[in-house]
Ligand binder design. Structure first.
Ligand code: APR
Length: 255
């Protein structure tokens, strides 16, 4: 950690009292979970992630969409948290007033020891019924990963017989109200927001770092690529989540 932005970020982290860590798909990329900007590969290559992740796609072809989410869920179950997830847990231990807000539908923050991140876009592990009240449905047994490209009919809800759907927020759907309100509140009252691995283009989640900046917080961004959050960030560290966050923790708290 020789360069000035890294040192500045370490100092900002060391002196923070109230922090929000805001994460996107790049956070889990080094755990082998593809981001939404990556092209789908293999037998999924002819589909577009942004088109599969819609209520319209599920309505038109539930077996295709459920199969895709089951493939993603089993893949995530076999992934392990990377040093970036572990660094976030260490930061939260050093700065107890830390709120982790994630757009990710994986459970890698939890498995890295961050017990209750706010999931703005739901979770692969909380399927729910398509009935109006969206009551929770049990997870299918975690058997072998389905082959890539498998169409799998969604299970029927044991209570009312409707098809079960993934417990994620699809494009065009509202975010869970309580989670979004808690994230906005944390962003509006923090003194440091650390944005990691997010393209900053999917709204309303992308408002979170902007709310923090407008409220006077310092914003540190970690991303190997330029993003629309560059002008919002006080310091941008151009690197990957695993490497950069691990280095940031070591520089902020060397002992
Ligand atoms: N470390 C850090 N950042 C990375 C890494 C890495 N190893 N690899 C890629 N990135 C960055 C990319 O440069 C990009 O800016 O992660 C970002 C991933 O962008 P998106 O795939 O758009 O992910 P995200 O910002 O989380 O998208 C928001 O959109 O598709 C929906 O609901 C989905 O939650 C998702 C939301």
């Amino acid at each position: 950690m020789e360069d000035a932005p890294a040192q500045r970020a370490a100092r900002l982290l060391r002196t923070a009292h109230r922090m929000v860590v805001f994460t996107g798909a790049g956070m889990s990329a080094e755990s082998g979970v593809p981001t939404f900007r990556d092209d789908l590969t293999g037998l999924w290559a002819r589909y577009d992630a942004a088109q599969l992740a819609t209520p319209q796609a599920f309505q038109a072809d539930p077996d295709l969409v459920w199969g895709w989410y089951e493939w993603r869920r089993t893949r995530v179950s076999r992934a392990v948290p990377n040093p970036g997830h572990l660094a976030v847990t260490t930061m939260a231990a050093r700065i107890p007033d830390t709120t982790v807000v994630t757009q990710n539908v994986d459970d890698l923050h939890e498995r890295a020891g961050t017990p209750a991140p706010i999931h703005l876009h739901g979770s692969l592990f909380t399927p729910r019924c398509t009935a109006v009240d969206g009551h929770p449905a049990p997870l299918p047994p975690d058997t072998e990963a389905p082959p890539e490209g498998s169409r799998i009919p969604p299970p029927r809800c044991a209570t009312c017989g409707h098809p079960v759907r993934p417990g994620v927020v699809w494009f065009g759907e509202p975010l869970p109200e309580a989670e979004f309100a808690a994230a906005v509140d944390a962003a509006a009252t923090c003194d440091l927001l650390l944005a990691v691995g997010t393209s900053g283009v999917v709204h309303p989640a992308a408002e979170i770092p902007r709310v923090a900046a407008r409220s006077g917080a310092t914003v540190i961004q970690v991303n190997p690529q330029p993003t629309p959050l560059d002008p919002v960030a006080t310091v941008t560290l151009r690197g990957t989540a695993a490497q950069t966050l691990h280095g940031l923790v070591s520089a902020a708290w060397p002992h």
